[in-house]
Design a protein around this ligand. Sequence first.
Ligand SMILES: NC(=O)c1ccc[n+]([C@@H]2O[C@H](COP(=O)([O-])OP(=O)(O)OC[C@H]3O[C@@H](n4cnc5c(N)ncnc54)[C@H](O)[C@@H]3O)[C@@H](O)[C@H]2O)c1
Length: 387
Amino acid sequence: MNKGSVIGVIGAGAMGSGIAQVAAMAGHNVVLFDANSAAVEKAKTNLGNTLNKLAEKGKIANAAEIMARFEFASDITAFKNCSLVIEAIIENLDIKKKVFAEVEGVVSNHCVLATNTSSLSVTSIAAACKQAGRVIGLHFFNPAPLMALVEVIPAVQTEPSVTNTCKQLMADWGKIAVLAKDTPGFIVNRVARPFYGEALRIYEEGIADIATIDWAMTELAGFKMGPFTLTDYIGHDVNYVVTETVFQSFFYDPRYKPSFSQKRLLEAGWLGRKSGRGFYNYAEGAVQPEATKDESLGKAISERIIAMLINEAVDALHLNIASAKDLDLAMTKGVNYPKGLLQWCDEWGAEKCLMILDNLYAEYHEDRYRASVLLRKAARNKSSVMQ
Ligand SMILES: NC(=O)c1ccc[n+]([C@@H]2O[C@H](COP(=O)([O-])OP(=O)(O)OC[C@H]3O[C@@H](n4cnc5c(N)ncnc54)[C@H](O)[C@@H]3O)[C@@H](O)[C@H]2O)c1
């Protein structure tokens, strides 16, 4: 695919308009369609404003030239000449399947069809198409123009040539493409679960309060935001639903079990920053809780969460979800972790990580704390998990 290839984007919401911007800035003509004409109008206004701002800052030469590459469509027949159509509509399998079948009826036999789904099976979506081999997952992160990572997820049916074309295209768009197996949460939304889940568990057990856990994860462990600040920022409606979906999709593996504290926040409508209250209170003048700043408690908390994260990454490597390089790239570029988790494992030594997990397992007798067999092997051989 080259710059002359027309890119279609279906769904003009947060992700669709961001992806459309990325494609247009990379030089493509872009067709943007949404079932809701108001969403298309809104995207048109927002894209115009964003491009003008980028031009003012000197980041692009000509906003009008890029804006002229867009066709804001009111009908899916506008995708007729597209070489690639990326779907970014509502996260609902039945609706996505229906839309893929409709789009397939409009485009040529050579057109690649991609889904930006965060949590659905790409294979299920592909199964709705006559030419399932042309369907693939391209999972961008929010906001798409700023986040470098794209997870490329071939379905069981995807032709290898389609995967290669998409990987190359993402590189041409200035993105960092990582290849992920079509399993729940792909890389980032799977491996990151303990960042939230184990922090919530520590809080629920009363080991530490939210401010102390956030302090431990930022000040001691080097993460940009602590788990409670971050989930308040993401929104508990979004973060809780991803956790619940991943938990169900993994046949209720206790490693991904959601938390009641977060569920109750959701039920109360305390969605985080956007609703003015989540774990923290965002009302003007609200008194914020202070961290205890007990170094040994903080170390124990951060090491417990990091050990759980490392274990997820090591297990994903063990199960061939992605390569070691892609696993570390995904967590540093997709969610800004201070370092790759496999690199972290090597720096600690697999023995240290295994000891933390085995101590937790001995204490709790819960499957949640089972160590990956690859971690156990690396600890026994005193070797890198990446060998
Ligand atoms: N928001 C994120 O952080 C994020 C990150 C990565 C992936 N995703 C995934 O991207 C997709 C879109 O998410 P979003 O946050 O942009 O949602 P959004 O609600 O902002 O936008 C979705 C758009 O799709 C349109 N739409 C719904 N049904 C449609 C249909 N049948 N045909 C055409 N348009 C239709 C809606 O009108 C809406 O404008 C979802 O699959 C989501 O899981 C979201």
